[in-house]
Design a protein around this ligand. Sequence first.
Ligand SMILES: [Zn+2]
Ligand SMILES: [Zn+2]
Length: 587
Amino acid sequence: MSDYGDHESTGDPLEKLRHSTAHLLAAAVTELYPEAKYGIGPAVQDGFYYDFDFGKPISESDLPAIESRMRRLAQADIPFEHEVLPRQRAMEEFQKRGQEFKLELIRDKVEGDEVSVYRTGQFLDLCRGPHVSSTKDLKAFKLLRVAGAYWRGDEKRPQLTRIYGTAWPTPKELDEYLKFLEEAAKRDHKKLGRDLKLFTVDDRVGPGLPLWLPDGATIRRELERFIVDEELARGYLHVRTPDVARLDLYRQSGHAQLYAEYMYPPMKFEDGEELELRPVNCPHHIVVYQTELRSYRDLPLRIAEIGNNWRYERSGTLAGMNRVRSFALNDAHIFCTPEQLMDEVRSAIDLALYFSKVLGIDEFWYQLSTRDDVKDKWLGDEAQWQEAQAALAEALESMGQPYKLVAGEAAFYGPKIDFQVYDAHRREFTNSTVQVDFQLPQRFDLEYVAEDGTRKRPVMVHRGAAGAMERLFSYLIERYAGAFPTWLHPTQVVITPIADAHLEFASEVAKRLRASRVRVHLDGRSERLDRKIRDAKLKKVPYVAVVGGKEVESGHVNVQNRAGEKSDMPLESFVSMISAEIAERRR
Ligand SMILES: [Zn+2]
Ligand SMILES: [Zn+2]
């Protein structure tokens, strides 16, 4: 963005178009609401926003009027005029307009005596540009929604109304984007979570604390079994450790000092006890490591747990299952020698790749996050960081995996590799990570007995291969739009008897399938058959088995899959077919 906010303009033509549309929005708003004060209005992914103080809040029903005023201004062919004003002049201009936010930005952000502004007719904005040359270049835009946002992201400052919009070079591209949004809304995990009764969020429990309903809990159980079994097969040792610990444990780990903004306040008791909901699992696993003196023969030691973590995310950032205040992380801590580090990083990446393949995470990329030059942000010395960063980069390169390097996004204790994925709205998020840590072993004075009998310090790798269950679930709901693979679907088969006379055989079919651990729902309602089939389809059930007179006679089932393909087969054949599909976790 280019309006003296925090980002630099990249000069991308789409960004220029979108940021110019943000100016157009502010111009329309100041005409319609002369008292409105405008904050900042950057281009963002797929569009733009602008923050306003309207005095009293407006709603989405006010957007069409604003949008039509924008159209009128666009047709009027008003030039975007760049001016460089002396500081005092610029202050007077914004003073005259009563734009206190802009005055504050000039005071805080503009150095020197020259202030860059852009004029579109009556409207004036503090801005470095660049912009399109005229409002008539803005041909395809739409205002989408309003949201609350604090001035400069500070909860102590005024709350503003943020208007989001999108802008494209042509009406055709705008149409396509609006269709994409419509599709994404259908896949939205919050909507599907409600429609398919997978989870709920209730104010009495609190925001960011979703409740897994029976069908959602079934999917989670399947995911956890899959993950834990695979990890056990790969030499991980699974443990169970408590959700709380003494605050001192996090003082020792450094979280209490460096991670405090995400942690819950400690629970203080009369006897002086201070307990803390754990923000991470690492210290607990370190304590497990230290239950005995480890030898080089024990290494690498891979301690794993699907452990609950608690982080007090701001209420504005919470979203369904994707961003929550308590989540179960598919976590592990690998303790190894420096010589084993590379292999361990590689095998952690390999496991994450395997999970991605089975779960259907087809599109992802790696981000290698390293430290930047900000002082006091990172624990440990430069040389250790270099060593760890090199190990991660080399692991990725040796596996032929391309990656994006981002300085400044590392964890405070070490560099990391993030697996980045998209949600249905193509918003990027981190699904899993591999992090090298030279710091915690030092803070907890970890050691092992080396081959020569001396005590040495192990290296620690934090790794989440499938990520947090909540976030993974939100991803899978959107990925499959509810049509989960058979092994994950809460109801694998719906059995529908045609009439009451066929109920008995239908129960036998159900019993036989359940004996093979297939999840079955017997739909014994006295509804019409096509209605029952339609209901099963709405729930995206993989198989519907119809049982009528013919089936009772032959002992067969008439099975229909999600693609609508029908086949008639002996019950035992169906049992073997679906059992194999589940066991192999076919997609
Ligand atoms: Zn601008
Ligand atoms: Zn950890």
